[in-house]
Structures are given as C-alpha cells and as structure tokens.
Design a protein around this ligand. Sequence first.
Ligand code: HMG
Ligand code: MG
Length: 301
Amino acid sequence: MNLPEHVTLIEVGPRDGLQNEKNEIPTDVKIQFIKELKKAGFKEMELTSFVSPKWVPQLKDALDIIQYCTDEHRNLVLTPNEKGVMRAKEAKCRDVAFFVGVSESFNLKNINSTTKESMDKLLPLIRELKEDGFFVRACISTAFYCPYEGKIHPDAVLDICQQFADAGVDDLSVADTIGMANPLEVYELFSRLKAQFPDMLLTAHFHDTRGMALANIYAALQAGVDRFDTSAGGLGGCPFAPGATGNAATEDVLHMLKALNIETGIDMNQLLKAVEVIEPHLAGAIQSKQHQLNKQEKAVN
Ligand code: HMG
Ligand code: MG
C-alpha cells in the first residue's frame, strides 16, 4: 500500500460546513466552535467567506469571526472577487482562498460569471496577493461532475489548475462538489495532478453525498495526496450545487487515518467536543459515525 506517514487535515466546517445551514447560527457559537476545533490541533482552517451577504447570509458575520478567531496558524477566508479581497485585507487576513467552477454552468450559478470571466479577474488579484506575501489557495469546484453539465473532463481541470499554478498559488484544493466521483476517477485525476504539479500543495475536497468520501480519500492517498479538506460533523454543501450534501466528516476521516497508522496531530476527543458545541444549533442531527458512537457510549455510561 502506498500511504503517507503524515496527513494534513484542513478543517472547513466553519466555512463550507455552515454556509449551507438553514438555521441562523449565532456568531458567538461559531466562534466557540472554531476555538474548540483549534484546541483539537488544526493548523489550517477555512474560517469564513467574504462573499455577498445577499448570496450567503449565514456568513454575513465574517468580519467578527476573523477578529476573534485568527491566530498564528493558517486561517483561510474565501473571496470571490476584488471586493472580497479588499474586505479580507481590511480584516488583516493573510491567507486567502479563491474558488472557481470548472463547469461554466455551475460557476454562473455560484458567482454569476463564466469560468473564463472569473479566471480573467482572479489571476491578476492572485499575482498581486503573492507579491504582497499572502498565502493563496485555489479551490477548484466541479472537478469530477457538475449538477448541470454532468461529467467533467480531467483535461479541463488540469488546464484551470495550470493557470492558477502559473499565477503563483500555493495550494490547489480540487473538489468533488456534489459527491459523485468514484475511487477510479479520483485515482486517475489526482495521479495526473501530482505528476503535473509535483511541488505544489495539493488538497482533495470530497462531499459525501453518496457515501463515497472515505473510499475516495483512500484512492487519493494511493495517488500520493496527503492533504484533505474535511468538515467536523460532516457538515457542508454549496447553496448553488443542488443535491450536494456535507463534506467528509473530519472525525470519520481521522478514525480511518488512525487505523492506517497515519499521523495528523488531531485529538479525536477534543474534535468530538467541538462537534457537540455546534450540533444543538443545527436544523438537523449530525450523522457521522464517530459522533454517533460517542453519543451511544455516553448514554451507556
Ligand atoms: P453579483 O450579484 O453578480 O455581484 O454576485 P455584484 O458585483 O453585482 O454586486 C452585487 C452586490 O453584492 C453589491 O451590493 C456588491 O457590493 C455586493 P449592493 O450594491 O447590491 O448593496 N458584493 C459583495 N459584498 C460583500 N462581499 C463581496 C461582494 N461582492 C459583491 N465579496 C458574487 C457576485 C460573487 C458577489 C456572488 O455571486 C457571491 O457572493 N457568491 C458567493 C457564492 C458562494 O459563497 N458559494 C459557496 C462557496 S464555493 C463552495 O462552497 C465550493 C467549495 O467548497 C469547493 C467545492 O465543494 O466545490 C469551495
Ligand atoms: Mg465544498
């Protein structure tokens, strides 16, 4: 088995996890959730997004989140455009993530631009941020399937990643937005990405709509990927990708990685405490296996 000794888990629960949540979560609860997650040992986290509050009302408190939650670690904020970058700079963020859909139809629904229009606007912003010493991540959505266009050709994904790489991004986070990919497709795409970008941070981002996220993570590990976006409690989904459910649950991924003797530096008990902080505020119950087992164990003792 080709497995790494260490994997970095990038916690995206506070951003991807909450952006699609029906209940309005109080800002102080979000802050407590993030603080408990940080205690579990995450060194990279997507905290929130500087997007239009009309499009994603749940994240309208982004500035407060940044003010109370940034520390010496990598605290990523998503930005869709120049205004988002301006807000991120005003908030003194140093770690910025852009997002674009390989699929034109998805990109139009998500950020109201064609993929080319987005790239034409984002690439100069990325170059500027890199000159100013920012950490820049590029999130590539619909890298396998699009809810509107169906199967996406891997060549199109590699082409967009190359444009981001040429602009100087530090990290490519390549996403199965609607959880339709299978391990064969994952192995093929990530093997090609690893070969084309051997010196780049390469992250895999799986939604678990069809229960394939763990299998896909295992396939990505085999392809040499050692960074994964995961979401505490398995929360998540994009409001503009119909049918997409939550991300791979961090605690279930952690359980698998531990069983494979892969180090992450994350404390399971503390992670489960963070999940307990957010659960009472959600519209639905958390379904992750580790959280369910933890609850059962507590009920017995
Ligand atoms: P638009 O309506 O075309 O924007 O939306 P606009 O430029 O015409 O501006 C409209 C209004 O929004 C104006 O305000 C702007 O000032 C304001 P008004 O004059 O009406 O009062 N505005 C902003 N406000 C705050 N922050 C900003 C900003 N920009 C404009 N940055 C826009 C275009 C991009 C703004 C909108 O489509 C948007 O915010 N989209 C965000 C969608 C989103 O957050 N999606 C989820 C994240 S991506 C994801 O989840 C996928 C990922 O997880 C990977 C995967 O799983 O695939 C990363
Ligand atoms: Mg996502």
